[in-house]
Write a protein that binds this ligand. Sequence first.
Ligand SMILES: C[S@@+](CC[C@H](N)C(=O)[O-])C[C@H]1O[C@@H](n2cnc3c(N)ncnc32)[C@H](O)[C@@H]1O
Length: 252
Amino acid sequence: MNSAKVFICGAGPGDPGLISVKGYRLLRKCDVVLYDRLVSKELVAKIPSTIKKIYVGRESGKAASTHQSRTNKLMLTYVLKGKSVLRLKGGDPLIFGRGAEEAEYLRRHNIQFEIIPGISSAIAAPAYAGIPLTHRGYSSSVALITGHEDETKQHFDVNLKAVASAVDTIVVLMGVERIEEIVQNLRAGGLKGTTKVAIVEKGTMKDQRVIVGNLNTILKKVARYKVISPAVIVVGRVVSFSRRLAWLYPNG
Ligand SMILES: C[S@@+](CC[C@H](N)C(=O)[O-])C[C@H]1O[C@@H](n2cnc3c(N)ncnc32)[C@H](O)[C@@H]1O
């Protein structure tokens, strides 16, 4: 491919079939792919061997800023050599994905880019667990929240107490490690202990797990089932659909 440009593209949440047609075509014909930790292995395996692929997932122990500046430099290096670069990110690049920061960096360096949306885990993981984020009569508003705003902060600044009373469905990404604080804040915001909660671990992947409880029980369940990241937390009445609409593993 001979057009020097960076394509900031969502890979989808895990199931390799959930990348867009546009993203998939680029995956097969760009010059270089820079991909993140949450991009599925099956998708990476579909990159032809003639295309240079570089893992830019965060290395443990390195600060997010170090990792980001390496990624930025790689994008710049290849595009200045006249290459087309696919910057492949998990889910959607603009939902808690630093895609905008990368686009700003490219703009500052006068590099052409396109943004190709992806299916975010925020909507896909619930969908694969049979949970509609909105439903007539159950939920007409949704908030997407990060549970891990900035690793340098001890507490997150999102006003969960206010969110608790403002919307019907709350979806928290990167929240498993801070679930205790999240539950406390939602209770403090007025949600009852019986408010339903689902955690969708490894959503859309072959080993997806769905843990359902309520604000009273979910902490115990997280410990009992040893829930790990990546996982999406869904809070609200729509969680009651998870049993009725389960389709991936309808029997359990
Ligand atoms: C840095 S954020 C990136 C989100 C991504 N841009 C998106 O739109 O899905 C990473 C968080 O996304 C969520 N996540 C990503 N993939 C997931 C999956 N397959 N199942 C459940 N949660 C997932 C988790 O909350 C994880 O901690």
